[in-house]
Design a protein around this ligand. Structure first.
Ligand code: GDP
Ligand code: GDP
Length: 436
C-alpha cells in the first residue's frame, strides 16, 4: 500500500534539487487528472514505468547555518532512515571532490542500495568524465543532466530495480489512520490515550523496518486498526528530526500511508496559520478526514462554545467541509471512545461505490430542480455519470461541452450527490468529460 521511498543525497550544488524537480515534474505533465499534487522541495510523489514512488531531497531539510559535516550527516541519516533506495548525486562538471568522498564514506555503512548519478553531463562529449567516479565504490556511475533531462531513464531503471518486493499486505482488514497537526496540539497525548485503553490489544507490527513504526490494535468489537507512524509522533532525537520541514515531511508521508487522517486542532490556542498548511496537504492527499479538536477540557464553555468553534473551523477550512468534527480531551479521555467508530465510518464512505443507475437518478433529479446553465445561448447538457474509482470516490460526468460546466454548478451537483448518499468524511472528485 505504501510506495517505496527514494532519497536524493549529495554535497551542495551538484544539482539534487534540479533532478528532484525534473523527476517529479515529468509526472505532473503525464497524469492529467491528478488533484493538485503537493510539490515541496523536500518530499513529493513521482512515477517511473509502472512504479509509483516517493522522492525525498535530503538537501531540502535546511538546517540553517550548520557546518558542512553536520549538514551532510543529517542528510545521509535522513536518507538511511527513510529510504528504500538512495540516489547519490555528484557533478561531472566539477569532477570527483573530497566532499563526494565524505558522502560516499557515510553511505558505505548503510545497508540500503545506492545508485550513483553523475549530473551536469549535458552533452555526449562529457560522458567520459563519469569514469572517475568508479573510484567512489558505488557501482556504475550513470551520466545525467538535470537541466536538460538527459539520462534520467537509465538511472531510474536502476533505482526501481532495487525496490523491495510488494509486501503481501493486500488483504489486511485493518484500517490505517494517522494523527497529524502542528506541534503541541496533543498528538502524542491522543496516541497514548487511545493505546492506553485496556480494552485494546496493542502490538507493533513486525516485518520491514519501516512497518515497525506503525502500531496495530484491535478494539473490543474486533475492529482492527493500524496507527501509522506512531514512532514519528513520539520520538525526537537526531538533528534533522528537530527541523520544521522534517515534521512536515513526516506528516505528508504518514498521510500517504493512511486511509484515514485525523487532523488535530488545539481548542486552547485556536486555529493558527500552521494549522491551515497541515489542513492543505491533508486535503490534497484525497484521504478520508476527521477534524479532532483536542484540549476541550481546558476551555470555559457555555451552550454556544462548540457551535462557535465549529463555525470558525468551517470558515477557515472551507475546502474541508466534508470532514466531521469531534471535540475531545486527551487529558480526561472525553469522547475519545468515539474515534474508532468514526474512523470506520469515514473509511467506509471513502470506499463507497454508487451504482450508476442510482447516481444518474440523482443527477437527473438535480437537473430538474436546478436547470443547467447556458453560456451565449448554449446550454450545458449532462448525459451520463459513472463512478470510476474509490478512495476517494471519483465520478466522471459526460457532458456536451466541459467549458459550459461552471464551478458553481459543479458544486451544486456535488452537493446533490452528497445529500443523497453518505459521503461524510471523504472528498469527492468530479471529472467533467466531453461525450465523444
Ligand atoms: P543542489 O544544491 O544539489 O540541490 O543543487 P541545485 O539543484 O540547486 O543546482 C546547483 C546548480 O547547478 C544550479 O545553478 C543549477 O542550475 C545547476 N545545475 C543543476 N543541474 C545541472 C545540469 O544538469 N547541468 C548544468 N550545466 N547545470 C546544472
Ligand atoms: P504533540 O506535540 O502534538 O504530540 O502534543 P503533546 O501530546 O506532546 O501535548 C502538548 C501539551 O499539551 C502537553 O503539555 C500535554 O500535556 C498537553 N495536552 C495534550 N492533550 C491535552 C488535553 O486534552 N487537555 C489539556 N488540558 N492538555 C493537553
Amino acid at each position: 500500500m505504501s510506495s517505496p521511498i527514494v532519497a536524493v543525497v549529495g554535497r551542495p550544488n551538484v544539482g539534487k534539487s534540479t533532478l528532484f524537480n525534473r523527476i517529479v515534474g515529468d509526472r505532473i505533465a503525464i497524469v492529467e487528472d491528478q488533484p493538485g499534487v503537493t510539490r515541496d522541495r523536500l518530499y513529493a510523489h513521482a512515477e517511473w514505468l509502472n512504479y509509483d514512488f516517493r522522492l525525498i531531497d535530503t538537501g531540502g531539510i535546511e538546517l540553517g547555518d550548520a557546518p558542512f559535516l553536520t549538514e551532510i550527516r543529517a542528510q545521509v541519516d535522513l536518507a538511511i532512515d527513510e529510504a528504500d533506495v538512495i540516489l547519490m548525486v555528484v557533478s561531472g562538471r566539477e569532477g570527483l571532490t573530497h566532499d563526494d568522498e565524505v558522502v560516499a564514506k557515510m553511505l558505505y555503512k548503510c545497508e540500503k542500495p545506492v545508485v550513483l548519478a553523475v549530473n551536469k553531463v549535458d552533452n555526449p562529449e562529457m560522458r567520459s568524465e563519469v569514469y572517475d567516479f568508479y573510484a567512489l565504490g558505488m557501482g556504475e556511475p550513470h551520466p545525467v543532466s538535470g537541466s536538460h533531462g538527459l539520462g534520467l531513464g537509465d538511472v531510474l531503471d536502476d533505482v526501481v530495480a532495487h525496490f523491495p518486493d510488494e509486501a503481501a499486505e493486500q488483504d489486511d482488514p485493518a484500517v490505517r489512520f494517522s494523527i497529524i497537526g502542528r506541534p503541541n496540539v496533543g498528538k502524542s497525548s491522543i496516541v497514548n490515550a487511545i493505546l492506553g485503553e485496556d480494552r485494546m490489544i496493542v502490538s507493533n507490527i513486525q516485518g520491514t523496518t519501516r512497518d515497525a513504526i506503525d502500531t496495530r490494535f484491535v478494539t473490543n468489537d474486533d475492529d482492527e486498526f493500524v496507527m501509522v507512524d506512531t514512532a514519528g509522533i513520539r520520538k525526537r532525537g537526531k538533528v534533522y528530526e528537530n527541523t520544521e520541514r522534517y515534521a512536515v515531511m513526516r506528516a505528508m508521508k504518514a498521510i500517504d500511508d493512511s486511509q484515514v487522517v485525523l487532523m488535530v486542532l488545539d481548542a486552547e490556542t485556536g486555529i493558527q496559520e500552521q494549522d491551515k498548511h497541515v489542513a492543505g496537504y491533508a486535503h490534497e492527499a484525497g484521504k478520508a478526514l476527521i477534524i479532532v479538536v483536542n484540549k476541550w477540557d481546558a476551555i470555559d464553555k457555555d451552550t454556544h462554545t462548540m457551535t462557535d468553534f465549529e463555525n470558525l473551523i468551517r470558515q477557515d477550512f472551507k475546502f474541508l467541509d466534508y470532514a466531521p468534527i469531534v471535540f475531545v480531551s486527551a487529558k480526561t479521555g472525553q469522547r475519545l471512545d468515539r474515534l474508532p467508530q468514526m474512523i470506520l465510518d469515514v473509511n467506509a464512505n471513502h470506499q463507497k461505490r454508487i451504482p450508476s443507475s442510482h447516481l444518474n437518478d440523482v443527477l437527473m433529479d438535480a437537473i430538474a430542480i436546478n436547470p443547467t446553465p447556458t453560456d451565449n445561448g448554449r446550454r450545458l447538457r449532462v448525459y451520463y455519470a459513472t463512478q470510476v474509482a474509490i478512495a476517494p470516490p471519483t465520478f466522471v460526468i459526460f457532458v456536451n461541452d466541459p467549458e459550459l460546466m461552471h464551478f458553481s454548478y459543479q458544486r451544486f451537483l456535488e452537493n446533490q450527490i452528497r445529500s443523497s448518499f453518505d459521503f461524510s468524511g471523504t472528498p469527492l472528485k468530479l471529472i467533467i468529460r466531453q461525450r465523444k
